[in-house]
Design a protein around this ligand. Structure first.
Ligand code: THU
Length: 162
């Protein structure tokens, strides 16, 4: 038996003013696109903005449904949109923000488990890491250099015999 330790490093900024211009712009876009969310049930509006390696920008926002499990998170909407418009172009960075209409929006949020699995698939497909910039409408910002860092021991398709 062997014990393994997995750890990862991430950056925490006091606020958006500490980011470089390109990252600050992306996070501001994510903040803006929270307004496009359809979140009549949770009142928790999430925005995700992907910057592709060719410089293109793709937006996503959460899209809920009266049948709750049908709803889509902003991150997966952005991933699907990017793959649909530019299937051959890698995603370099995704900024994620939210507006909690019922409360505070000043803490960073990180992707849910399903979105982490979706991000892992895209990273494997494109063979390039996806940076994540996570921040609310104000307050601290977290940057993770590889989305996969958020899903240790992830399941992937390499063992599927199909
Ligand atoms: N949501 C996202 O869109 N992204 C996240 O990272 C966390 C949660 C959505 C799902 C649901 O529409 C609402 O936020 C409340 O969970």
């Amino acid at each position: 038996m062997a014990k393994q330790l997995q750890q990862f490093e991430y950056s925490v900024y006091d606020d958006i003013t500490e980011l470089d211009d390109a990252d600050a712009w992306l996070l501001n876009e994510a903040r803006d696109v929270t307004q496009h969310a359809y979140a009549p049930y949770s009142h928790f509006q999430v925005g995700a903005i992907a910057r592709l390696v060719n410089g293109e920008i793709i937006a996503g926002s959460n899209q809920e449904n009266a049948s709750f499990p049908v709803g889509l998170c902003a991150e997966r909407v952005a991933l699907a949109a990017a793959a649909s418009v530019y299937p051959e172009v890698a995603i370099e960075t995704i900024a994620i923000s939210y507006h909690n209409l019922n409360g505070d929006s000043s803490q960073p949020i990180s992707p849910c488990g399903i979105c982490r699995q979706s991000l892992a698939e895209v990273e494997m497909r494109q063979q390039e890491p996806i940076r994540l910039i996570m921040g609310g409408l104000s307050g601290k910002v977290i940057i993770v250099e590889k989305a996969n860092d958020l899903l240790p021991l992830a399941f992937n398709g390499s063992l599927l015999s199909i």
